[in-house]
Design a protein around this ligand. Structure first.
Ligand SMILES: *[C@@H]1O[C@H](CO)[C@@H](O)[C@H](O)[C@H]1NC(C)=O
Ligand SMILES: *[C@@H]1O[C@H](CO)[C@@H](O)[C@H](O)[C@H]1NC(C)=O
Ligand SMILES: *[C@@H]1O[C@H](CO)[C@@H](O)[C@H](O)[C@H]1NC(C)=O
Length: 179
């Protein structure tokens, strides 16, 4: 009997430590949308600062963010975020993103996908309109401030029909190839 008690001791110790861990996990706050991005190998700064209203569907991996107001990011690359941003989140990738736009030559193009193909490359890929753009991952490490845009200033009036978006972007590529 004495032997049994001795051999139980390490087990009890282990249970005690597991219990402490459990308490620690309980007291830390629930994951933020930024934690979800980080766990999926994506930088936090692809969303603006201060997002608190979000949901993730564990079945489809679709996330939804509700901002308080649509906004334009105060970053060197100009992004516009709609009131509602949604897309399926998977490791290193958000496919079929909606609610994010990037400005180029005074026009706004929808950002439909974000991908980190190779974390070692230090690059992140954005599908903008019909073009794939690569940016430095480090540009998106921290969520940035975002200036609220008056929802009555209909943002959609700046958008072009998708056919034109494609044409415009091809033009842009030509310009780039020439210069
Ligand atoms: C966002 O708004 C929609 C529609 O009102 C609502 O169903 C949803 O719960 C809100 N919050 C999130 C995080 O999706
Ligand atoms: C978008 O977000 C706002 C809250 O910020 C919410 O009231 C609205 O219902 C949402 N719309 C959709 C389609 O989820
Ligand atoms: C992309 O998302 C939209 C809603 O944001 C949805 O209606 C559409 O079915 C999705 N397409 C795919 C291929 O998942």
């Amino acid at each position: 009997m004495g032997i049994t008690n001795y051999s139980l001791f390490p087990v009890l110790l282990l249970i005690f430590f597991l219990f402490l861990n459990f308490l620690a996990a309980q007291s830390s706050s629930p994951p933020s949308i930024y934690d979800h991005l980080k766990h999926n190998g994506l930088p936090e700064g692809i969303l603006p600062k201060g997002v608190t209203d979000f949901s993730t569907d564990p079945e489809t991996n679709r996330f939804q963010v509700n901002l308080t107001q649509p906004c334009n990011s105060d970053s060197e690359i100009q992004f516009h975020y709609d009131l509602n941003i949604t897309g399926p989140l998977s490791f290193g990738k958000i496919a079929n993103l909606s609610g994010v736009f990037q400005q180029e030559l005074f026009l706004w193009f929808p950002v439909t996908g974000i991908r980190v193909d190779d974390p070692a490359s230090g690059l992140i890929n954005f599908d903008v309109g019909v073009v794939n753009k690569q940016f430095s991952f480090s540009l998106f490490e921290t969520p940035l401030d975002c200036t609220a845009v008056d929802p009555n200033d209909s943002f959609s009036s700046f958008q072009l029909p998708s056919k034109l978006v494609g044409a415009e972007t091809a033009e842009e590529q030509n310009l780039r190839a020439i210069s």
